[in-house]
Ligand binder design. Structure first.
Ligand SMILES: [Zn+2]
Ligand SMILES: [Zn+2]
Ligand SMILES: [Zn+2]
Length: 263
């Protein structure tokens, strides 16, 4: 039986400041190499029945235009830090185009944060009733139980982001694990037999809430994906220089990278 193939579009690979960092004159920030230009971290997944996005960064609209993505049917969130949620309003467009509520899959605590940060979307007010102004969203609280999204099984993976429990996600033989500094014992089995692992590797030095490159490489060595990509990258890391010293099955991800995967 022939397998169907989808595609992941890596929309952004930068840390919370993005790269270049405003006002910074370091070699990476001054570099004109396109792979040293990193918008905030997010991916788009082409599933059998539509596209879902993991996290809605402040640059989401620009990312979708850059990659000529015409429709997003659903969003999934890893956690509620600013660099992962503040593009949410721009999903408004798709609710109106599709004439349906856009489901937002996230943990209960993330749903609460979204309701606070985007109260106008969830609590309609008298002066904000105009069609087009109010996004059509439906919060879909999730747990560690697997779910099905747009025809693709989706498995949340508990990760620790410093002391904050957050979610990574596995679909088919792909795992997306951003903003992680520790993988709890119960999550390791969910990372077995991967074709593709996309994992946080902030910088060279250690950090309290993110893996650095050395720690990400340790995880990669342990789970042995066919190919690994590093993401959520700070300006300490210059693309060409860092790429020289990575193992053969590991590369830095970059904005606009497209990764095919089997359903
Ligand atoms: Zn982040
Ligand atoms: Zn810099
Ligand atoms: Zn974070």
């Amino acid at each position: 039986m022939s397998k169907e193939t989808g595609e992941i579009i890596v929309l952004g690979t930068g840390t919370s400041h993005g790269v270049p960092v405003v006002g910074c004159k370091c070699p990476t920030c001054l570099s004109e190499h396109p792979r040293n230009q990193r918008t905030r971290s997010s991916i788009l997944v082409q599933a059998p029945q539509g596209n879902f996005i993991i996290d809605t960064t402040p640059e989401m609209r620009i990312q979708l235009i850059r990659e000529t993505v015409d429709l997003v049917h659903a969003a999934v969130f890893t956690h509620s830090h600013a660099d992962h949620i503040y593009g949410l309003d721009d999903l408004r467009q798709f609710g109106h185009l599709l004439d349906q509520d856009i489901p937002l899959y996230c943990e209960e605590n993330v749903a609460e944060q979204l309701k606070q940060a985007f109260s106008y979307a969830f609590v309609p007010s008298e002066n904000n009733k105009r069609r087009g102004a109010i996004p059509r969203f439906e919060l879909k609280p999730i747990t560690t139980n697997p779910l099905e999204l747009l025809g693709l099984p989706l498995q949340p993976i508990r990760l620790m982001h410093g002391k904050l429990p957050i979610f990574g996600y596995r679909f088919a033989n792909v795992a997306y694990c951003t903003d992680v500094s520790e993988i709890p014992p119960s999550s390791w089995p969910l990372l077995e037999n991967l074709d593709v692992l996309i994992i946080d590797a902030l910088r060279y030095r250690e950090h309290p809430t993110h893996f650095n490159i050395a720690q990400a490489l340790e995880v990669i060595e342990k789970v042995c994906p066919r190919q690994a990509y590093l993401t959520h990258i700070a300006h300490d890391i210059e693309h060409e220089k860092a790429s020289e010293s990575l193992p053969e099955n590991v590369s830095l991800a970059w904005d606009g990278l497209r990764i095919p995967f089997d359903y």
